[in-house]
Design a protein around this ligand. Structure first.
Ligand code: ZN
Length: 249
């Protein structure tokens, strides 16, 4: 390589565009030619200065990956940290949704099995009261006689209503035991059908009356103002539901 060629090859050398042999010739010439070495040093210093003065921005990683993917379309695209993060969020969000849905299903299953168990107990209490001929402890059609009878026997004061004008006559009241605590049992009658109405305080939120059939008996239950209300009778479902609605209104 002569001096002119060295001068012409400076850019190519710095841009690593010379092949191995040409680069070796280039360096060998610099080792022996002071003039070219001075030019080379001068050129290198100028390049460093220019680089130091140019504003330099780090390209966002997503952009780098996109450009690489376009330059090498055949190459399988690697996930950018951004996509990986989004994918991780997606998986996490799906998991949270699955867990929440599972918890809802579980709670609803537990609630329905609890309701079923309670309904069984309610029906058993009803049958027991009829079999043992122990329908009432305080036989009275007067709500003002039945209500005070519960004083001191329960940790709440049950509401007692006169529903005789709606066709449900009060027979009396008694104490019973349900859901692991003492409850008020009010006894009403429609025609020849006795109705047991069980009341006790509940921490659950209010719910509208719904009906069940257990061992041939109709059961209607709801929660109003934090009082659980369970009515059971051999009366038909519609009339029993109306009884609970009349009682709650
Ligand atoms: Zn030279």
């Amino acid at each position: 390589m002569n001096c002119d060629l060295i001068h012409d090859s400076l850019d190519a050398y710095f841009d690593r565009e010379l092949d191995v042999l040409a680069a070796r010739d280039f360096e060998r010439h610099l080792n022996h030619c002071d003039a070219c070495r001075v030019t080379f040093e001068h050129y290198r210093n100028r390049q460093r200065t220019v680089r130091a003065q140019l504003p330099y921005f780090q390209a966002p990683e997503g952009l780098v990956y996109k450009i690489r993917a376009q330059l090498r379309p055949g190459e399988r695209h690697r996930d950018t940290p951004g996509t990986i993060a989004w994918r991780a969020w997606g998986v996490a969000a799906s998991l949270v949704i699955c867990l929440a849905f599972g918890a809802l299903l579980f709670r609803s299953a537990v609630r329905s099995s609890t309701t079923q168990l309670l309904a069984e107990q309610v029906v058993s209490c009803h049958i027991r009261s009829l079999m043992a001929n122990h329908l009432v402890d305080v036989p009275s059609s007067d709500q003002h006689t039945v209500k005070p009878w519960f004083n001191g026997k329960l940790d709440f004061a049950p509401t007692i209503k006169d529903l005789s004008s709606e066709g449900f006559s009060l027979i009396g009241g008694r104490l019973d035991y349900l859901d692991d605590h003492p409850v008020a049992a009010l006894v009403y009658k429609r025609r020849q059908h006795p109705i047991n109405l069980f009341l006790w305080p509940s921490s659950d939120s209010d719910s509208k009356p719904s009906a069940l059939v257990i061992r041939g008996y109709h059961v209607v239950h709801g929660i109003q103002l934090h009082v659980a209300c369970w009515a059971v009778s051999d009366l038909n479902s519609d009339e029993l539901k109306r009884f609970v609605q009349d009682f709650e209104n």
